[in-house]
Design a protein around this ligand. Structure first.
Ligand code: PA5
Length: 463
């Protein structure tokens, strides 16, 4: 397997290339802030306080996951992950990118993975009815062990399996991935004597893809988790450099920060030209939004920070959202994603050479046209004065994906430092969880239940 570095091209984010881009003086002015943020991260990392950066080095955990996944592959055909948010998006991203396009058919491979981040009863019951439960293993993934969606699914499936397979036999069909000590999921794993994996206490959901949260489902599918991890380690190494121009995550964070804060580009459109990476964009969207969208800075001052990630897919959105990006409000920057190499390519036959509007396509390949589309988008954005930058990676291989995961995880932490917010918490999400507990009558959340009823009482503008 080729191990190629991903690269970033920031030319169209800077003046004079891009008239509305970042100036050299702006970059110079922010560089000391970046160095400070970088040094703080390095110092915390060195004393073991940035646990997500240690995940790729936990050899014992990685080997254990590999060994258990190999055994599970012998006994089961399907893995169902019950989890949501950071507990689900990484596995989905790996499945789609590495195993193949989910375009029109499930990802290729002999094993199946279903990640249930929904409560839609129609979808769930259809899936449950289609499963051969005797060949299915369930992996409940929840750091807190409290999440309503995940726990509701767990309770339903727990009973389903007990009824279909029997209480004792069904135990072998469960694996819990959760905090080593805290939470109700850990309690149940202990009480019911179920197999479990730990999520390190210092690793939040959206930073957990290279823990057993993402590694176990990936290894079950036959993905080389070694290569994923090697890609991540390579990116961590590249991001050890204090020199901004050689630190990919540093540049990414600084460019996004400057465009948002100094140029009013508060929306970050990820225009992805690699179909198999659409779920990786979803994963990124959650990481970036949940980490940076904060009302208060670390000193408690109200700042309303955040750069809104927007997902777009090329070439589809060239015929949809592109109009808005080019001529609409000047509040967007665009990050283009380009996959250099495809597993296969399709040629266009040289038919109708005499017809002007068809003849020029003959002899080209689909991959070639896709790359041309990206260049055309880049040029249109440039002409429209929309700053852009480009992430290019070699292919849909685990090594590239591992680099992408860590590029964005580290960039998110840097961006949090530049914005002065804590990238690791999510009080806005927790608030929603509290209201939901209140609405569903959980003991201890009565106050939120009553507040919710009060807030939603006066509906004057309903037609
Ligand atoms: O990134 C996060 O912290 C969140 O998106 C969580 O992953 C999500 O809320 C699910 O939480 P839990 O893993 O505790 O079930």
């Amino acid at each position: 397997m080729l191990h190629r570095d991903l690269h970033l091209d920031f030319n169209e984010a800077f003046a004079p290339q891009q008239a509305s881009g970042i100036s050299e003086s702006e970059l110079e002015a922010v560089t000391p802030n970046f160095i400070q943020v970088h040094r703080a991260l390095t110092a915390m990392h060195e004393i073991g306080q940035v646990q997500f950066m240690h995940l790729p080095l936990l050899e014992e955990v990685i080997s254990h996951v590999e060994q258990r996944a190999a055994e599970l592959r012998q006994n089961f055909d399907t893995l169902v992950v019950l989890g949501i948010g950071g507990s689900s998006l990484g596995a989905k991203a790996v499945e789609e990118a590495v195993l193949g396009p989910s375009y029109g058919s499930p990802a290729a491979g002999s094993k199946k993975l279903y990640v249930l981040d929904t409560l839609d009863p129609d979808c769930l019951s259809r899936l449950f009815a289609s499963l051969d439960l005797s060949r299915t293993v369930f992996n409940v993934v929840s750091k807190s062990g409290n999440t309503v969606e995940t726990m509701a699914q767990f309770l339903h499936c727990w009973e389903l399996l007990r009824q279909k397979l029997g209480a004792e036999a069904s135990r072998k069909h469960w694996i819990m991935t959760t905090d080593p000590q805290k939470g109700v999921l850990r309690q149940i794993a202990n009480q019911e004597n179920l197999e479990s994996f730990d999520i390190l206490p210092g690793v939040g959901g959206r930073f957990s893809v290279l823990s057993p949260v993402g590694l176990l489902p990936s290894a079950f599918l036959g993905v080389s988790i070694r290569e994923l991890v090697e890609g991540a380690i390579r990116m961590i190494k590249r991001c050890q450099r204090e020199d901004l121009w050689t630190n990919p995550a540093g540049m990414l964070a600084v460019v996004a920060y400057l465009l948002a804060e100094k140029h009013g580009r508060k929306q970050l459109v990820v225009f992805n030209y690699a179909e198999r990476f659409n779920r990786t964009v979803e994963w990124f969207r959650q990481l970036w939004a949940e980490s940076l969208g904060k009302r208060y800075d670390v000193e408690g001052k109200e700042v309303r920070a955040g750069i809104t990630p927007v997902q777009a897919s090329g070439p589809r959105d060239q015929h949809s959202q592109m109009q808005l990006y080019v001529e609409g409000p000047a509040d967007k920057m665009v990050m283009l994603w380009s996959q250099e190499k495809f597993d296969t390519d399709l040629s266009i036959p040289k038919l109708y050479p005499e017809i002007e509007s068809l003849g020029y396509l003959g002899g080209k390949t689909m991959g070639e046209i896709l790359h041309a589309e990206l260049s055309a988008t880049e040029a249109s954005l440039k002409e429209a004065g929309v700053p852009s930058f480009k992430l290019s990676f070699y292919g849909p291989d685990p090594y590239s994906l591992g680099q992408i995961f860590y590029l964005f995880e580290i960039a998110t932490v840097y961006a949090g430092g530049l914005l002065g917010v804590n990238p690791y918490d999510q009080p806005g999400v927790e608030l929603g969880k509290k209201y939901l507990y209140g609405r569903l009558g959980r003991r201890g959340a009565e106050e939120f239940g009553a507040a919710l009823a009060r807030k939603l009482k006066n509906k004057r503008y309903v037609i």
